[in-house]
Design a protein around this ligand. Structure first.
Ligand SMILES: [Zn+2]
Length: 319
C-alpha cells in the first residue's frame, strides 16, 4: 500500500467490525459494534460513522488524515459507484455508502463483497505474496466464497460470483434457503454440523455431546462433536469424519474447476487443530482431485482469523 493510514470496515449480520491499518496492511487497532435484529439503515450508518470516528481518534489524526476507507458487505456491490446492490439480511440494498460517508469523511470510499475482501486480506499473509489464484471459503452459518483469479478478484458478470455454498453436492438433498436442495452449505457449514450433532445427541449414541451441552440440545455447537471426537467418543468421530468428507467434496470441486494455488479456509471451524480438520481434509481432497495437475493446491487456514475481512477491506484502497 502507499504511505498513509487506511480503515477497513467489515459489515456482518451480527456486527460491524472496523480496523485501522498501516501502509504495510498491518492492523493497528480494531473496534466492533453489534448489529441487532431488525436494525434500521439509519442506525447502521450511525454505528459506522461512530466506529470511523473512534478509529480516527485512536490514530490522533484529523478526519482528512485517512488515506482511504474500504467497506466489505455481505452481498453484491457496485464498487465503481460505491453502491450496495443487494444484501440478504441487512437493510442496506440500494444504499450508496460512498455518498453517505463522504460528508463526514473526505477519504475515498471503496466497496467490495465481504468474502472477496477476506480473500484479498488473506493473500497479504506471509508466504502468499506470489499467489495469483486462490479461493477463500468461510465456513459459518453458511459457506461463503471469494475467488482471486490471475491476481484479481473474480466478481462475475453481475458482481454476484462466489456463491460456493450453493453448489449442490446431494441432488434432491436437504432443503436450502436459496430454493434448491442439497447445497454444500446444508452439509458442510458450521450450522449444518451443529444440526447433525444435535440430532446425534438426541439419540442413543449421543451421550458425549449431551454431556458437553449440559443436556440442552439447543446449545449444541459445531465445536462439540470435534471436542467429543478428540476425547475418543466413537459416534462423534464418525460424525466428524462424515462432515469432513462433505467439506472435502466441495473443496475438491473448487480445486477441479479453478486449479487454485491456495484454498484458504476461514470461519470458526478453521480454528480446530490441524490433526482434526486440515490434515484429514487434505487427505481426501488430494486423493479425489482430478489427477492432471503436477502441483497440489495448498490447503491452509485463514492466517488473520476474524480480521481477514477488515484487512482486505483496507487493502481495497491500494488496488
Ligand atoms: Zn442453496
Amino acid at each position: 500500500m502507499a504511505a498513509g493510514l487506511y480503515i477497513g470496515i467489515d459489515i456482518g449480520g451480527s456486527g460491524i467490525d472496523a480496523g485501522l491499518c498501516g501502509a504495510d496492511g498491518a492492523l493497528i487497532a480494531r473496534r466492533r459494534m453489534p448489529v441487532v435484529r431488525d436494525m434500521e439503515r439509519g442506525d447502521m450508518l450511525r454505528k459506522m460513522r461512530s466506529l470511523l470516528r473512534s478509529l480516527i481518534s485512536i490514530a490522533g489524526i484529523p478526519p482528512d488524515g485517512v488515506s482511504g476507507i474500504g467497506v466489505g458487505v455481505p452481498g453484491a456491490v457496485d464498487g465503481k459507484r460505491g453502491e450496495i446492490l443487494y444484501t440478504a439480511n441487512l437493510p442496506l440494498s440500494g444504499l450508496n455508502i460512498a455518498d453517505e460517508l463522504r460528508s463526514d469523511f473526505p477519504a475515498p470510499v471503496y466497496l467490495e463483497n465481504d468474502a472477496n475482501c477476506a480473500a484479498l486480506g488473506e493473500k497479504l499473509a506471509p508466504g502468499r505474496e506470489s499467489v495469483g489464484n486462490m479461493v477463500f471459503i468461510t465456513v459459518g452459518t453458511g459457506i461463503g466464497g471469494g475467488m482471486i483469479v490471475d491476481g484479481k478478484i473474480y466478481r462475475g458478470f453481475n458482481a454476484a460470483a462466489g456463491e460456493v455454498g450453493h453448489m449442490v453436492i446431494v441432488r434432491g438433498g436437504r432443503k436450502c434457503a436459496c430454493g434448491r436442495r442439497g447445497c454444500w452449505e446444508r452439509y458442510a457449514s458450521a450450522s449444518a454440523l451443529a444440526e447433525d450433532a444435535a440430532k446425534l445427541a438426541s439419540g442413543a449414541g449421543g451421550a458425549a455431546i449431551r454431556r458437553l451441552c449440559g443436556g440442552d440440545l439447543a446449545r449444541v455447537s459445531a465445536k462439540m462433536p470435534f471436542e467429543a471426537a478428540g476425547q475418543g467418543d466413537a459416534a462423534s468421530q464418525r460424525l466428524v469424519r462424515a462432515y469432513i468428507s462433505r467439506l472435502a467434496a466441495g473443496v475438491t470441486n473448487l480445486v477441479n474447476i479453478l486449479e487454485p494455488e491456495l484454498v484458504c479456509i476461514g470461519g470458526g471451524i478453521s480454528r480446530e487443530p490441524d490433526e482434526r480438520l486440515l490434515n484429514p481434509l487434505r487427505e481426501i481432497v488430494y486423493r479425489e482431485t482430478y489427477p492432471h495437475g503436477r502441483a497440489r493446491a495448498r490447503l491452509e487456514k485463514a492466517y488473520f482469523a476474524e480480521n481477514s475481512g477488515i484487512i482486505g477491506a483496507a487493502a481495497l484502497c491500494a488496488l
